[in-house]
Design a protein around this ligand. Structure first.
Ligand code: G3P
Length: 220
């Protein structure tokens, strides 16, 4: 399972890299707005800085802001030209699906975002999305079971041999990552804090403390 980091923050991306847990990056307009980028030039520079931190098959999902078809296409094409590692992130709307089809015909990778239902996931796959991003945590927040949706998407994609990859998004806690791994998603995208919380187990801390104490008692 690939670990993408859901951030536009360069320090967090570097942290994930040094941890050995970086397979890609996803951003969205809210995450970009937290960084010090205030115009198109700075936004482009920021995306390039992220891409320069990536290697091998890693990529960056960069989201379009426009919502009408023509503007979405133009913005997506600019993003795709900015750096070969950029995957154009497009919202699940009628125009978005048309844009995904357009980019898929041009062999430009897309990530269909804001997926909250199996019907939406089917449309995205039929349009040729490279990734779908079902939002786990936001469904859980409304008392719907986000993991059920992920499992359903997995089943339907297998039924029809869709190539679209599941990139589980809106991850809120370590169990989301663990359960996604059991379902067998291609990737999760998570804040680095949730990846850190996978490390913790009290018995590991207690065990390590005891090993060190025992060793120091005998060997001085
Ligand atoms: O990037 C999309 C998604 O991961 C957003 O997560 O926590 O804002 O629901 P969140």
């Amino acid at each position: 399972m690939k670990f993408f980091i859901d951030t536009a923050n360069l320090k967090e991306i570097d942290e994930a890299r040094s941890l050995g847990m970086l397979d890609g990056v996803t951003t969205n307009p809210s995450l970009m707005s937290k960084e010090s980028v205030s115009n198109q030039k700075e936004i482009q520079k920021h995306y390039i800085s992220i891409c320069e931190r990536l290697k091998n098959n890693e990529n960056l999902s960069a989201e379009v802001i426009n919502t009408n078809y023509i503007d979405m296409i133009q913005e997506g094409e600019k993003l795709a030209l900015l750096h070969p590692r950029i995957v154009v992130k497009i919202p699940m709307t009628k125009n978005g699906i048309k844009a995904i089809k357009y980019f898929s015909n041009k062999k430009i990778k897309t990530n269909c975002t804001l997926i909250f239902s199996i019907g939406q996931a089917i449309l995205a796959a039929k349009a040729g999305a490279y990734y779908v991003s079902p939002f786990l945590g936001r469904l859980d927040d409304l008392s719907y079971n986000g993991l059920n949706l992920i499992q359903e998407i997995k089943n339907v994609y297998e039924n029809y041999h869709f190539d679209t990859k599941i990139l589980a998004a809106s991850i809120r806690h370590p169990l989301h990552i663990i359960e996604c791994s059991k379902i067998g998603v291609h990737a999760i995208t998570s804040p680095i804090s949730v990846i850190y919380s996978l490390f913790y187990h009290p018995l590991t801390d207690i065990g390590l403390e005891k090993f060190i104490k025992d060793f120091q008692k005998k060997i001085r």
